[in-house]
Ligand binder design. Structure first.
Ligand code: HAM
Length: 414
């Protein structure tokens, strides 16, 4: 027997209606805010992510699935969508004209992380990216779209929004120096990973989940206290717009995010219901990224939601979802014509309809209807055929009654 690759999973059965609910919700919400869908390739040249996400991030250093293609390219299964869509935005010259470009994408991402609750090596993200404005009202609107999706999916009460400003290339280097000097004094308390991060990517130390690192960084200098005037004003205005939009938030001065392209606003919706994997969605501004990847100097902002995590929360909360109601048609050789006509009529009316391919006896057909979890069974025997009616049985209540053929669709309360 073959088994799944570690960290990869099969998704089927009772989970599927939740995925469909999420999909319906985000298509609806993004339409409200003028986002259109962008279908991205799953493979990119590895440099797109190395340059885009940053060489010293965990994703690029150790989590990408990379392979050499026979054509000579080194390719990576996408670990996220932002670098990829920026590549597409530049390559397709979508920046010509002045309009803000707003896109959303949905699909599997791949990261070779250690699997645990809410953390997989293939997971699904739905994300948005808005290119062409550096205005803080856009930051707040972007966050609002994520809140709207959580609202549509029924989990808004179990997530909370954390925001931070992580400065820009003007103010961050000075802050970094201060942070490095603070952390150097605490060196003996840091874990091996953080010792490594200390000079390469010191902000990541603030994000470490290990207790002794957490206590070492408790009084560390905060980026929000070292912002330049522009970043500070951007942060203040973003907070004001969030308040206008009735969005509650906490300021988390140690949230740094795991990707290097961010400037100014960073945000995450977190929950305490997913163990260590607390973020259901996260994003931020990345004003220099389009230029870094070879395009014009155009600002951008976006986020991604982890759909696997969102679905887990919805299932734990027992959010109501539409289960497809099913009809099973029981008929016999003498009533083939009437049986198949009925099946066709039901299917034309978008009703989920099954029958016994083996045409067993009455008892066997009913058994199959039961195993098929049919909500209704329609029976067409010779006497029903002669009288132009069918028997309709409600499988939940066991009640059976006669219905005229032409009234069957309206009688089925699905
Ligand atoms: P990220 O924070 O790396 O951001 O991922 C976004 C979300 O994807 C996380 O909050 C989490 O819900 C989900 N996620 C990440 N890794 C896993 C995993 N291994 N298993 C299950 N779910 C996972 C980004 O990817 C950025 N590209 C977001 C963005 C868009 N920023 C600007 N634009």
């Amino acid at each position: 027997m073959f088994t799944r690759v570690k960290g990869f999973r099969d998704i089927f059965g009772d989970e599927i209606p939740y995925w469909h609910k999420v999909e319906k919700s985000f298509h609806k919400v993004f339409k409200r805010y003028e986002y259109t869908e962008f279908k991205l390739p799953v493979l990119e040249k590895v440099e797109v992510f190395q340059r885009g996400i940053g060489d010293t991030t965990d994703i690029v250093e150790k989590e990408m699935f990379v392979f050499d293609d026979k054509g000579g390219d080194r390719l990576a299964l996408r670990p996220e969508g932002t670098a990829s869509i920026v590549r597409g935005y530049i390559e397709n010259r979508l920046y010509t004209g002045n309009a803000i470009a707003k896109y959303y994408y949905y699909g599997p991402m791949f990261r070779r992380e250690r699997p645990q609750k809410g953390r997989f090596r293939q997971f699904y993200q739905v994300g948005i990216e808005a290119f062409g404005s550096s205005a803080p009202s856009l930051d707040a609107e972007v966050i609002k779209t994520m809140q709207d999706i959580f609202d549509e999916c029924g989990i808004l009460d179990i997530v909370s929004l954390n925001i931070n400003s992580i400065g820009c290339p003007k103010c961050r280097p000075l802050y970094k120096e201060k942070l490095i000097s603070y952390l150097t004094d605490k060196k003996d308390q840091l874990c091996d990973d953080c010792l490594n991060r200390l000079n390469r990517n010191p902000l990541r130390v603030l994000d470490c989940k290990i207790d002794r690192c957490k206590s070492a960084t408790r009084n560390a200098p905060k980026m929000v206290d070292h912002l330049c005037d522009e970043c500070n004003s951007h942060f203040e205005k973003t907070k004001q717009f969030l308040t206008f939009f009735n969005i509650k938030f906490n300021i988390d001065p140690f949230m740094v995010r795991g990707l290097d392209y961010y400037v100014k606003t960073a945000f995450e919706f977190v929950t305490d219901r997913l163990g260590a994997s607390s973020a259901v969605g996260g994003g931020g501004r990345y004003d220099g990224l389009i230029k870094t990847l070879g395009g014009p100097d155009i600002p951008g902002i976006g986020y991604a939601i982890g759909v696997d995590r969102l679905v887990t929360l919805m299932m734990e909360k027992n959010i109501p979802v539409n289960r497809t109601k099913k009809v099973f048609v029981v008929f016999f050789e003498e009533t083939f014509k009437e049986g198949f006509e009925m099946i066709e009529l039901l299917r034309k009316n978008d009703i989920s309809t099954g029958f016994d391919y083996e045409f067993g006896n009455f008892k066997n057909q009913f058994k199959k209807a039961d195993r098929n979890s049919a909500d209704w069974v329609i029976i067409i025997g010779t006497s029903e055929k002669e009288r132009g009616i069918v028997q309709l049985k409600d499988m939940k209540t066991g009640v059976q009654f006669e219905v005229k053929k032409e009234e069957i669709i309206e009688k089925l309360t699905l």
